[in-house]
Design a binder for this molecule. Sequence first.
Ligand code: SAM
Length: 215
Amino acid sequence: MRLKNIPGSRETIAASDLVIHEPEKLKGRWSGEFGRKGRLAIEIGMGKGKFLMGMAEKDPDTDYIGIEKYSSVLLRAIQKLQAAPRDNVRLIRMDAEYISDVFAPGEVDVIYLNFSDPWPKDRHAKRRLPSRQFLARYDAFLKEGGRIEFKTDNRELFDFAVEEVEESVFEIKSITYDLHADSVMNEGNIMTEYEERFSALGNPIYKYILERKKN
Ligand code: SAM
């Protein structure tokens, strides 16, 4: 998702206290930011934030951090959050490549990847958010017993993601090739913007949930 550059978006973001401007300084201290030792969930590539805010409303005992690379997109999420403020949500503008600088070992309970950019060229595979390189980064800060949830309508990206799990410390705990027809995995599902758009076209939604392999 890349919106047109919106004049003033960088200034609005800089002035927003919903955005964490120096997230590296909170590494290992996120519970202090939220003022409680709650569960911590992050969504990487959250777009305009529909899923993140839906989850935060449904699950007020968990703190949610949305990470988005582009200012023009983050601006939309800020506007949404300003319209319906929530204490348990914060936003970060950053490229997830540097995510290991922001979270300490064992700090995050759940990582959500929704409709991640496919980066179709082979030489860009390591930029895909469910790649083995990113799974290794997630391993560094995911709590013992934590999980990664990924959904997409892109079959090539999903098949790639499933293969990448083999090259990681994770294993697939649940998988579906038609989320909306799977009564167990679809229970409580909050749709993202892309999910609404692509399922309305009749595309099936693929999803997996990963946990660390048990020794
Ligand atoms: N998750 C939303 C949804 O399902 O509706 C948005 C999906 S959109 C296809 C992917 C989003 O991820 C875009 O907003 C993009 O800017 C963001 N993104 C892609 N790569 C990223 C990265 N390395 N770090 C942070 N955000 C990223």
